[in-house]
Design a protein around this ligand. Structure first.
Ligand SMILES: Nc1ncnc2c1ncn2[C@@H]1O[C@H](COP(=O)(O)OP(=O)(O)O)[C@@H](O)[C@H]1O
Ligand SMILES: [Mg+2]
Length: 241
């Protein structure tokens, strides 16, 4: 019973986020969305994947793209994962059909980051990335793009400048407001369209009465879990650097 309740809260939180995004975007182009944050571990990947799943459950054809090209993660444990990802496409070594993975969850597909790249900013600035966006726009209803932290590398800004909308993920009670303001200025200077902010990892006791926090702990959802476990390992590795 407990588990069911947890799942309901989780599902509800991301459903609300989905609805907020769709409402905020009325009258705006909403095909490609970048999720960005100032520092690592604020919850970009968690939010991107859960949001993608929530959209897929609403029968939108969703593509989740891992554009954190500096960290090479290949989802080997997921069945039939293709080895090539976004970096191979950007290097001209793979075509669009070589990198799109379908999943057991209807309407949910994903693209790996591919092999690690040290010149990811150049790759993302290239025409190949524009072509990638055009290609996937023709194939999916919505494309959610996960990015590396803006406080460390410029990649997120490049991606945000090329996507229709940008969502900023902020870890509550951790990130200095000065950094958030600087990040917002940089994004606007890069011509990013900021759709809104996700305040993540809020402390429930601080926000008593708030309806739905984006807290997924306790989730026993199969789809979520596979991804989270993979991403948790990745985060740990990064923290050790
Ligand atoms: N809302 C949340 N509640 C609890 N833990 C979270 C939440 N969002 C993310 N996390 C955890 O925080 C860590 C970093 O999340 P992740 O999505 O990988 O961040 P990023 O992609 O921004 O580096 C992960 O271990 C993840 O499980
Ligand atoms: Mg991430």
């Amino acid at each position: 019973m407990m588990i069911d309740d947890d799942n309901k809260i989780l599902d509800e939180a991301y459903k609300i986020l989905r609805a907020n995004i769709l409402f905020s975007a009325v009258g705006k182009k909403l095909k490609t969305i970048a999720l960005v944050s100032y520092s690592p571990s604020e919850g970009k990947t968690t939010t991107s994947i859960n949001l993608s799943i929530a959209m897929a459950k609403a029968e939108m054809n969703v593509l989740y793209v891992d554009a954190d090209l500096r960290k090479s993660i290949i989802y080997k444990d997921l069945p039939d994962t293709k080895l090539s990802g976004l970096s191979e496409y950007l290097l001209g070594e793979a075509n669009i059909s070589d990198i799109i993975n379908k999943t057991s969850l209807n309407h949910f597909s994903y693209v790996n980051c591919g092999k690690q790249s040290n010149n990811s900013a150049e790759l993302l600035s290239s025409d190949r990335f524009d072509r990638f966006l055009k290609d996937v726009e023709g194939l999916f209803d919505i494309i959610i793009i996960d990015t590396p932290p803006l406080g460390s590398v410029v990649d997120g800004r490049i991606i945000a400048s090329k996507t229709d909308q940008t969502i900023i993920v902020i870890e509550a009670n951790r990130i200095k407001s000065k950094n958030v303001i600087d990040m917002k200025k940089q994004l606007l200077a890069s011509n990013a369209q900021i759709l809104g902010v996700v305040l993540n990892k809020i402390n429930k006791t601080d926000y008593k009465g708030y309806y739905g926090s984006y807290d997924y702990y306790g989730s026993k959802h199969k789809d979520h879990k596979k991804w989270f476990n993979r991403k948790k390992k990745m985060t740990k590795k990064e923290d050790q650097k």
